[in-house]
Design a protein around this ligand. Structure first.
Ligand code: NDP
Length: 246
């Protein structure tokens, strides 16, 4: 019997970057994975093809997590097909960097809507499906930027700080139902999320990390699976830092 055999896991942003590594790790440990992506169909097809051996346990859906109607419709479909879920990983996230004084309101809203409102919507419906079995694990990908701040990332920092406050609150609300709620806070991780940074910026950021390297998506996936496991049953309302000592 594999560790997550029989467990049903929703992962947002499951076809690229950290979410892709998390999805692959859950599949490898026997879980059924319901993966969401926004609009990059090519990446979704690539991920599906690379996971061919698990095709009976991998279900990919295109769904914008910031859209309340689409999320509600999707959860209707999920309930019909899967009845309940065990684990939700709120991983989908974007950044649209600009100095606050110059930041277009549209970029503020887009980041808050995707990172913060998206996690809210996904968690809101997940709790209902988890309550059916009085068991659940919600794990949300936040960022050290939430409390450090980072030049040009006011929208992103606010969304990530908001996620931490929301998840600590949800942890208290769902504890009686045996649903644990935690955050994982990665430092710099090698994904397309870092695209657009110059070589000078990347070198400067690497210097800030005591371990002197960026992390790999798989190193975040290990932590997500730990928080989803039976071994983490007494951990809730926590933020697990994985950042090379940042
Ligand atoms: P990537 O940019 O590599 O991947 C982002 C994923 O999120 C994609 O699958 C994308 O879908 C999906 N996504 C974006 N917007 C939406 C939306 N509205 N609805 C549904 N899915 C959406 O990011 P990472 O893997 O690097 O980051 C994952 C998480 O980790 C994010 O929350 C990020 O904030 C956090 N994080 C990342 C760090 C890093 O250094 N990489 C550091 C700290 C935190 P599609 O493929 O369709 O575009």
């Amino acid at each position: 019997m594999q560790q997550f055999e029989g467990k049903k896991v929703i992962i947002t942003g499951a076809t690229r970057g950290i979410g892709c590594a998390v999805a692959a790790a859950f599949l490898d440990k026997g879980a059924t994975v319901i993966g969401l992506y926004r609009n990059n169909r090519e990446a979704a097809e690539r991920f599906f093809a690379s996971s061919r051996e698990y095709k009976d346990r991998l279900f990919l859906y295109q769904c914008d997590v910031s859209d309340p109607e689409k999320v509600a419709l999707l959860y209707g479909e999920i309930e019909e097909k899967f009845n309940y879920i065990d684990i939700l990983v709120n991983n989908a996230g974007i950044r649209r960097d600009a100095m606050l004084a110059m930041m277009p309101v549209a970029d503020w809203r887009m980041v808050i809507d995707t990172n913060l409102t998206g996690s809210f919507l996904m968690s809101k419906y997940a709790v209902h499906l988890m309550m059916k079995k009085k068991f659940g694990r919600i794990i949300t990908l936040t960022s050290p930027v939430a409390y450090l701040g980072f030049t040009g990332q006011a929208n992103y920092a606010a969304s990530k700080a908001g996620q931490i406050g929301m998840m600590k609150t949800l942890a208290k609300e769902t504890a009686r139902k045996k649903i644990t709620v935690n955050c994982v806070s990665p430092g710099f991780i090698e994904t397309e999320f870092l695209d657009g940074l110059t070589d000078e910026q990347l070198a400067a950021y690497k210097k800030m990390v005591p371990l002197r390297r960026f992390g790999k998506p798989e190193e975040i996936a290990h932590a997500v699976l730990f928080l989803a496991s039976d071994q983490a049953s007494y951990i809730t309302g926590a933020v697990l830092e994985i950042n090379g000592g940042l």
